[in-house]
Design a protein around this ligand. Structure first.
Ligand code: HEM
Length: 679
């Protein structure tokens, strides 16, 4: 306590000293020494150190009795003159400091030595006696070495008295502080209580508004007072089935649901309502509960998630990477990746053993995106049926889907405390390490060989060299976010589309043969599919589209309203999350008669013209549509054409084929098929 008081006093004493100028000190010094002998003056906490030019002056002062410290002198006169200093512009500190200083003066006046000094001073004499009693002191009365104060034995009594009075001063200061802190504590408490009430009041108002809106739309109910709609479904597949049931019963354009009692959400499921949302350019849902917010620790602020100026700038920078001149040479890569994929199926064809096609296709799409976008030759497909990156992305998507249905885990801090949250972070780390490895390898090549001259500029080249109008390029973090986004978007979505198309090939043997004839005519015995071939495969293209209608590779996208939006005569307030249920849209009975029937003819020219432009949106629409849609369509066509050309595909009897909606549409029990080599 004593030590703290002492330090506090020292603080205020120091503050007080700030009021003395060098001129004040100079006038005092001039009384002692010839001003030309002074090299410098330094005022620290409570010392005034005068450094002399001439050592002889120091010796002269020493004989006069001035305490010395090597080449410097200490002037007690200056210290005592502090009692006259007033401090301006610091009202609170001033009171304390002035008080302390006055006490110092008072203590000194009780002290014999001080009395002598004052008397002499009043008489205007500054003889050697002034410093009598201090002349033996080789230590300064106050030194700032460490935090300690040393009091010379000669002056101990006088200084102790001084210190006692000073302690009184600092105790008084503590009392004032107690009063003051009591006041602060009360003020903080009042602020917190007011804030909590204000938040509750705001929530109550919002809640009323949300309830009103959900009463005007179709809703997954009846609503449970705590769980909202959550008690009606246990996973996203059941959720989608429920929404589809409501749509077919009520012909709804918007369906509402509550994740517990505090999180309402709406799903636009009809082209009319979808058009309003997609045209609105509302940002991705990154507020509390928004799906994209949960993805942020994985995909960063990449193109998929970012919004505003950052998104605009990056989209502009990246768009050239999808120019058809860049995409054209990729067809060779699609072909060579497909070669490996088909070779991997050879063993299964020979044994007629069933194979879950999803992981094999995922390897093919990962291989393709790594080679096209990153010129990365990792022999991905030859390293086994499951690559750790594919498995990691699978797991992350799985965790996200689970978390979405547990609103109490929406807060990152809470989620990361759970075992799954911790595992999620670990996997994210692995995924980031993987993408950083890809980037660093390329940076190294850039350093040694410069930008590529012999091959096309790929996506990563563009990221590393892109500059905006202000000649500013992307930061490493930005590049990594884009690489993570493209690695995920570029392989998982396409894998889902191809895998479900293969499922439909197996299910609809007649369609398979129709496409086989189209390809036989087009390709003859040619094994490779060319860029030109891709433009003239109407039956295969219609088949792929119908497959994406039946099972949308990306089943759902989300936006968060920044201003109220009126959809189907209902005004949804700002702040609310609104989904575009692509899977539900593709099955809306008012748009798609016999929506559960697989009929590729729907996508032949004459049908398309009559349909609502917002009725088929596997790649979304508006400014945030899929940047990689042409890339994806070309790759899907090459893989399927080559597969059909070489193998016949069959489903496995008695195997259960069920959708498992996550970020992309997966399969609950795997897409098991058998293949037979065509003669
Ligand atoms: C069949 C394959 C694909 C499907 C079904 C698909 C679907 C989609 C959808 C629905 C969106 C909109 C997401 C939203 O609004 O939140 C989207 C955005 C995006 N996709 Fe794709 N995609 C596919 C393939 C690809 C590929 C191959 C790439 C990259 C090479 C890619 C890159 C992106 C990016 C970067 C975005 C964000 C665009 C932006 O917001 O500016 N996608 N995709």
């Amino acid at each position: 306590m004593f030590r703290v008081n002492r330090q506090l006093f020292r603080h205020f004493f120091t503050t007080g000293l700030k009021g003395i100028s060098h001129d004040d000190v100079m006038s005092e010094i001039c009384k002692l020494i010839d001003i030309h002998d002074v090299l410098s003056i330094q005022i620290t906490g409570k010392d005034c150190i005068v450094t002399l030019k001439n050592p002889e002056t120091k010796d002269r002062l020493a004989t006069q009795g001035t305490p010395l410290r090597d080449r410097s002198i200490k002037l007690y006169e200056v210290e005592s003159s502090i009692t006259h200093v007033t401090i301006k512009d610091m009202p609170y500190e001033k009171t304390i400091a002035t008080f302390a200083l006055r006490c110092l003066g008072h203590a000194r006046s009780d002290c014999e030595q001080y009395k002598q000094e004052t008397e002499k001073k009043e008489l205007g004499s500054y003889g050697p006696e002034i410093f009598k009693g201090r002349q033996d002191s080789t230590n300064n009365i106050y030194t700032d070495e460490g935090d300690e104060e040393y009091i010379s034995s000669d002056n101990a009594n006088c200084e102790k008295e001084t210190m006692c009075v000073l302690l009184g001063a600092s105790n008084l200061f503590f009392k004032e502080m107690e009063l003051f802190s009591g006041f602060i504590a009360k003020a903080i408490l009042i602020f917190i209580v007011t804030y909590v009430f204000w938040r509750l009041w705001k929530f109550a108002n919002k809640y009323k508004e949300w309830r009103k809106v959900t009463s005007q739309t179709s809703v997954i109910g009846p609503l449970h007072p705590l769980w909202g709609s959550l008690h009606k479904f246990k996973d996203l597949a059941e959720f989608m089935t429920l929404v589809r049931e409501i749509i077919s019963k009520e012909r709804s354009k918007v369906v509402g649901y509550w994740f517990m009692f505090f999180f309402p959400e709406f799903n636009v499921v009809h082209p009319d309502s979808v058009r309003i949302l997609m045209k609105s350019s509302e940002p991705k849902a990154i507020g509390c509960g928004g799906f994209y917010r949960m993805m942020k620790s994985w995909l960063g602020d990449g193109l998929l998630i970012s919004s505003g100026k950052k998104w605009e700038r990056n989209r502009r920078l990246i768009t050239p990477a999808f120019h058809f001149g860049i995409l054209k040479p990729y067809v060779d890569i699609y072909n060579s990746s497909t070669d490996k994929f088909l070779d991997n199926l050879k063993g299964f064809a020979q044994t007629s053993k069933p194979v879950d096609i999803f992981p094999l296709v995922s390897l093919e799409t990962l291989d393709t995106i790594l080679r096209c976008a990153f010129s990365y030759e990792g022999n991905i497909q030859t390293k086994g049926i499951k690559h750790p990156y594919v498995a990691a992305v699978n797991r992350l998507a799985n965790f996200l889907a689970e978390r979405w249905l547990k609103p109490w885990l929406y807060w990152d801090t809470i989620y990361y405390m759970t075992p799954k949250g911790r595992e999620y972070r670990k996997i994210c780390q692995y995924v980031h390490d993987f993408s950083e490895g890809v980037i660093r390898e390329r940076q190294q090549t850039f350093l040694t060989d410069g930008p590529p001259t012999s091959r096309h500029l790929d996506f990563l080249d563009i990221l590393l060299t892109a500059k905006d109008d202000n000649e500013i390029g992307l930061s490493f973090e930005d590049i990594r976010a884009e690489v993570d986004t493209f690695l995920f978007e570029g392989h998982d979505t396409t894998a889902s589309a191809i895998s479900w198309a293969i499922y439909h090939l197996g299910k609809h043997q007649k369609e398979q043969e129709i496409i086989y004839s189209e390809l036989s005519e087009l390709l003859n015995d040619k094994k490779q599919v060319s860029w030109e071939n891709l433009q003239i495969m109407p039956k295969l293209t219609a088949f792929i589209k119908e497959s994406m209608r039946m099972v949308a590779p990306v089943p759902n996208v989300q936006r968060q309203l920044t201003s109220p939006i009126t959809i189907d005569n209902v005004t949804i307030p700002a702040g609310v999350v609104v989904d575009m249920g692509i899977y539900m849209l593709h099955h809306h009975p008012d748009v798609w008669p016999d929506n559960d029937v697989f009929r590729p003819e729907r996508f032949l020219q004459e049908d398309i013209a009559e349909r609502h432009p917002y009725s088929f949106l596997p790649f979304a629409a508006g400014s945030r549509n899929c940047i990689g849609q042409n890339f994806a369509m070309d790759e899907i066509k090459v893989v399927l054409a080559r597969l059909i050309q070489r193998y016949k595909v069959f489903l496995v009897p008695d195997h259960k084929y069920e959708i498992k909606p996550e970020l992309v549409m997966r399969s609950k029990y795997g897409i098991n098929i058998t293949v037979e080599e065509r003669k």
